[in-house]
Design a protein around this ligand. Structure first.
Ligand code: ADP
Length: 324
């Protein structure tokens, strides 16, 4: 029997290179061998945003990116979390077997509480429980994500183990599935590429915007003049270059070390490469965007296709927990 993949992403709008290289590449690849379910986790988005007017537009943009990147709605299911509400019931039931201490020690919770002290809401603490419910409602065993999600996945496994040991074997322990580049840094060269940090490069940006973002990238801070030798091993331009053209990146790194190439030239080359690589994606995206109703249709069909499994799992869980 085929394994089952589940992954979700918050509706942050247009996707960036970090999402693509860390997760979406695997969403596309895994379609060949697994039953895949990809979810726009809109309820999760509510844990951090106070302005909700952008959610619907963000869902649309994000799904267009997924489709253009190669997620095929004939093979995979794409749906919106809140359209299959059984996940909320499962979340409430799982919360009864999840010790609060497990949740309070999650690094992303501590970080978010620090970033938004005015809004440390109950949902923020329960984020990994809802994420666990997302995954196991469909009994998924494989979860393609970026490295930042590993602590959440570990917690999901702990919750599953606990549930299974109390109520009997019900769920597989979901495993993370990483790409070769599970953590992409942003244009600042320091922090994870993220829309909220505005250090990202959008897949759907036009050529000029992409070039402008790449030219703003921070390189080796010790290299102040064109004649200074650089250290490609700590330079994010080198890292990204390597992911798109490894042999050319080796040569650029060699030149960088002897000041044979400047950071400006190197960035211009990376921008050119990225634009060439993303051109077919952008064309497909424009074609898909021109088809009115497409995204809504895909999402409606996706929700319809998963709701049977969701109902069946919930029934089983309630039975195991003595509620039926
Ligand atoms: P964001 O971090 O921009 O808000 P999400 O948290 O919705 O995006 O992430 C969607 C998917 O993309 C997750 O699997 C996440 O691990 C992955 N991802 C996000 N940013 C990066 C990054 N900089 N490098 C690698 N993977 C990433």
């Amino acid at each position: 029997m085929k394994g089952r993949v589940f992954s979700g992403a918050r509706p942050t709008g247009r996707q960036h290179l970090g999402n693509y290289l860390g997760a979406i590449q695997n969403y596309v690849k895994l379609q060949a061998d697994y039953d895949c379910i990809y979810c726009v986790v809109d309820i999760h988005a509510l844990t951090t945003i106070e302005e909700t007017g952008s959610i619907q537009g963000n869902i649309h943009e994000m799904v267009l990116d997924w489709l253009a990147a190669g997620i095929d709605p004939q093979r995979s299911i794409i749906f919106v979390q809140s359209q299959v509400p059984q996940v909320l019931e499962l979340h409430a039931l799982l919360s009864m077997v999840t010790p609060l201490s497990w949740l309070l020690r999650v690094p992303t919770f501590k970080e978010k509480a620090r970033l938004q002290p005015q809004n440390v809401n109950y949902g923020l603490v329960g984020y990994p429980v809802l994420m666990t419910a997302d995954i196991i409602l469909y009994k998924a065993d494989t979860v393609p994500v970026g490295e930042d999600q590993l602590p959440h996945l570990e917690l999901a496994r702990e919750i599953v183990r606990r549930f299974n040991s109390i109520f009997g074997p019900t769920f597989p322990e979901p495993k993370a599935y990483l790409t070769e580049a599970p953590l992409i840094l942003g244009t600042d060269g320091q922090q994870k590429m993220s829309k909220s940090l505005n250090n990202h490069i959008e897949l759907a940006a036009n050529e000029a915007e992409t070039r402008q973002r790449v030219m703003s990238m921070v390189t080796d801070p010790q290299r102040r003049y064109r004649t200074d030798p650089g250290r490609p091993e700590i330079c994010n331009v080198d890292h990204l270059h390597r992911l798109f053209a490894a042999p050319a990146a080796d040569e650029a790194a060699r030149l960088c070390r002897v000041a044979g190439i400047g950071c400006v030239e190197h960035k211009a080359e990376l921008a050119r490469l990225l634009n060439a690589h993303l051109e077919p994606f952008r064309q497909r995206r424009a074609e898909l965007a021109a088809r009115p109703g497409l995204v809504k249709e895909v999402l409606g069909e996706g929700a319809r296709r998963v709701s049977g499994v969701a109902q069946e799992t919930l029934r089983e869980v309630k039975e195991r927990m003595g509620l039926l």
